[in-house]
Design a protein around this ligand. Structure first.
Ligand code: GLN
Ligand code: ZN
Length: 757
């Protein structure tokens, strides 16, 4: 009979108790013994839950105190030199120091886990010889067996993906390092076999990225070596987030099971199974439940997929499972008592997804008449949703709105220079100013109804005024209102647009103990009323200097939300864009004619396979242009992105046709300047001249050097001076000092330039 299996369970707990445990440990409110005990309780509770939900094959070792990639690194003793690691099991304090830094040493870098919003700690190689310091999956296996009576499936990050996710080596060392990793991996697996483990899940999501033939050959060598002495241990080689790139080679690997994603990588994976077949001696992990989104599965399409597969792979050799670990979805819908019932019944978070697995399993083996009832109940959910007014098909085409400015940049630039009369090297900021505990408290009080609208608005106005004065005093050229009314740049707009819903407890882990609560885009997105006009116009009324309007872009809103899956993503992006252009025009009407449309999440939406980039970039650019093109020639559109890897998407960035772009560069200056040297960017550009992620106040001289360096390669008259990103996480004093220095730096360079002219 078909079995059900899970790939990983959310760590954060029903009420984020995991986060609380971590943070109270870091704050010394609980000691190590208490910490370990509380963590163990959470871990066992998760196992218990999965057992109750009748998952046949339950993952163990997927739980972590911070991040599973970091777990893998420390398990193999790969601790960066600066932490003075002496060998043997890595202590908790070292573990957290690598993740978060300490007095003496900087934390390891953190980066996005494939195309998700989860961030892992990047393992650092510096000549260490990897050894097995502690067999974590084995411990987890034994614990689950003893305490919960579960024959668990240890989960392990595979050597190829682990190396791909690490840094500190040259490409030509890859193979040697993979060999060095083999011995501790082997030892780990041998110990599992010894302990009687039947199945182990080895995650190799890198197999879905655009890897070369040679790399695939290396993967084959790694697995041949790895599996040599494991007659009694079965390996489920698990992939996810896309279709595997080298299907034939992957199914030929000497493992007992291959897990494929039949949600994100459905078409390609299915075509490959149909074309090349699936080995008779292997189990197919059928990732049938979307582990990346929060919607219930449509049983009809599940049935189609499973029937197709069952024609090729007998059901005894199938494991029904989520498409990836459930860590990317919230824990349970159960806590959402204020969502519309029609919407709520269509949702499945982690726990409900496990229930769905069981339902699908039952459905597949049910009698025909029962099947009909089950199917009917499931289909009703979707018909009701589809016929709701939220999803009434919209008949207007995106072509109804302009996607092109009426003048090309070089021509509208003249009109803009005339209008704005900005000095050489105009100075500005990215939008937000420090969000003090005070302002956060006020916002919370207002949300809870403890503070009236009028009083709240008064406080916000006061804050705006305070910071307009500060900006004037500092001498910035283009001011902002400060975003004091916003908790989150997506939530703020989502709450004011039609088509968005917000959960009470729909948290997912972003990195470490930090969780985010993405909005749900469940229906057509529409503009209802102006969202940013009041604050911006008020700010503008206080100063002669221009105040930049501040809007979150369509692609970022999309990428940071859970999105309806009944229409293509680009359609939702266009809908958001069409709502945003209305906001832009409202601002314009009231005299706010410099408007920044932030797209910090544009890059992270890039598909994992390079072949698919163009399609994504084409619609992403189009969405941005929909949101920003139908404006006056004199209206200056800014955009902001905070990352530095531009090289590969520079054409798309140019195609946005923004008048000014501000980007993060201070942590990677040389590299980016080089990019721009190679690839002349011919519109306004502000290279961040200081790193806002650090509390350090950079000196005037330091920033002056950065500016001068940039000026030596960039067209000088299009250059802006600004920090790397928004300042909301900084403290007020340090922000003021840093901005003062930044403005002074710009002035010094201006002076030097006038003299030399
Ligand atoms: N305007 C936003 C801010 O300043 C931009 C944030 C971001 O780029 N992530 O906070
Ligand atoms: Zn930013």
């Amino acid at each position: 009979m078909v079995q059900t299996s899970n790939l990983g369970y959310p760590r954060i707990g029903d009420y984020r108790e995991w986060k609380k445990t971590l943070e109270s440990f870091w704050a010394n409110e609980i000691n190590e013994v208490q910490f370990l005990k509380q963590m163990k309780d959470i871990r066992l509770y998760h196992l218990q839950k999965q057992k109750e939900k009748q998952v046949d094959i339950i993952p163990v070792g997927d739980f972590t105190f911070y991040d599973h990639v970091l777990d893998t690194a420390v398990m193999f003793g790969l601790v960066p030199d600066r932490f003075q690691y002496q060998g043997n099991a890595v202590s908790l304090s070292t573990y957290f120091a690598i993740a978060r830094g300490n007095q003496e040493a900087q934390a390891s870098e953190m980066t996005k886990w494939f195309n998700t919003n989860y961030h892992y700690i990047v393992p650092e190689w510096s000549g260490q010889i990897p050894t097995l310091t502690e067999n974590k999956p084995l411990k987890a296996y034994l614990e689950a067996k003893e305490e919960v009576g579960i024959e668990g499936k240890p989960v392990l990050l595979g050597p190829f993906t682990f190396l791909k996710c690490s840094k500190g080596y040259e490409q030509n060392q890859f193979e040697d390092l993979s060999k060095a990793l083999l011995s501790p991996y082997k030892q780990l697996l041998l110990e599992l076999q010894e302990a009687g483990v039947k199945w182990v899940q080895i995650d190799e999501p890198s197999l879905v990225t655009s890897i070369s033939d040679d790399e695939m050959k290396l993967v084959a060598r790694i697995y041949r070596e790895l599996t040599q002495e494991l007659p009694n241990l079965s390996i489920m080689l698990q992939t996810y987030f896309e279709a595997v790139t080298h299907y034939e080679a992957v199914i030929g690997l000497p493992v007992q099971g291959i897990g494929l994603d039949f949600v994100a990588g459905y078409e390609e994976n299915m075509q490959n199974v149909e074309k090349f077949g699936f080995p008779k001696d292997k189990v197919l992990g059928v990732g049938i439940i979307d582990g990346r989104n929060i919607w219930k599965e449509n049983l009809l399409s599940v049935q189609v997929k499973l029937e197709k597969l069952s024609a090729m792979v007998p059901s005894e050799r199938q494991w029904l499972q989520p498409s990836c670990s459930l860590q990317h979805v919230p824990v349970s819908v159960k806590y959402e008592d204020s969502l519309h019932p029609l919407l709520k019944q269509a949702l499945a978070f982690g726990d409900e997804k496990l229930e769905e697995l069981q339902e699908i399993k039952q459905f597949m083996t049910a009698a025909v008449s029962d099947k009909e009832t089950i199917m009917q109940t499931n289909q009703d959910i979707f018909t009701q949703l589809a016929s709701s007014e939220w999803r009434t098909p919209v008949d207007d085409k995106p072509e109804d709105i302009r996607t092109k400015r009426s003048l090309p940049f070089q021509e509208r630039r003249v009109a803009q220079e005339e209008k704005w009369q900005l000095p050489f090297l105009p100075t500005t900021t990215i939008g937000s100013f420090p969000q003090t505990t005070d302002i956060r408290r006020i916002r919370r009080k207002w949300r809870n109804g403890e503070l009236g609208d009028m009083e709240y608005e008064q406080v916000i106005k006061q804050k705006i005024k305070e910071w307009i004065d500060i900006q004037e005093e500092i001498g910035l050229d283009v001011l902002v209102h400060g975003e004091f009314e916003r908790t989150d740049m997506v939530e703020f707009f989502g709450e004011k647009l039609e088509g968005f819903a917000f959960t009470k407890n729909g948290w997912v882990q972003s990195y470490g103990s930090r969780c985010v609560k993405p909005p749900l885009i469940y229906g057509n997105v529409n503009f209802i009323q102006p969202m940013t006009v009041k604050e911006t116009v008020y700010a503008q009324s206080l100063t002669e200097k221009p105040v930049k309007g501040m809007i979150t872009g369509p692609v970022t809103i999309l990428n940071w939300s859970f999105v309806r899956n009944d229409v293509p993503r680009h359609e939702v992006a266009y809908q958001i864009a069409k709502a945003l252009i209305q906001e832009v025009q409202e601002l314009e009407k009231l005299g706010i004619e410099m408007i920044q449309v932030d797209e910090p999440a544009l890059r992270e939406g890039l598909p994992l396979k390079v072949e698919k980039w163009q399609e994504y970039l084409t619609w992403a650019v189009r969405a941005f242009r929909l949101a920003t093109s139908d404006v006056l020639d004199t209206t200056q559109i800014h955009t902001h992105m905070c990352y530095s890897e531009f090289r590969d998407i520079i054409d798309a960035i140019k195609a946005l046709d923004a008048d000014v772009i501000s980007i993060e560069t201070s942590r990677s200056h040389g590299e980016l300047i080089y990019d721009f040297e190679q690839n002349i960017y011919d519109k306004g550009i502000g290279l961040g001249v200081y790193d806002i992620h650090s509390p350090r106040v950079p000196s005037e001289e330091e920033m002056r050097k950065v500016i001068q360096r940039a000026l030596s390669v960039l067209p000088n008259d299009l250059f802006w001076v600004n920090p790397d990103c928004g300042l909301k996480t900084r403290r007020e004093e340090e922000t003021i000092l840093a901005l003062k220095n930044m403005v002074q730096a710009a002035k010094q360079v201006r002076k030097a330039q006038t003299v030399s002219n």
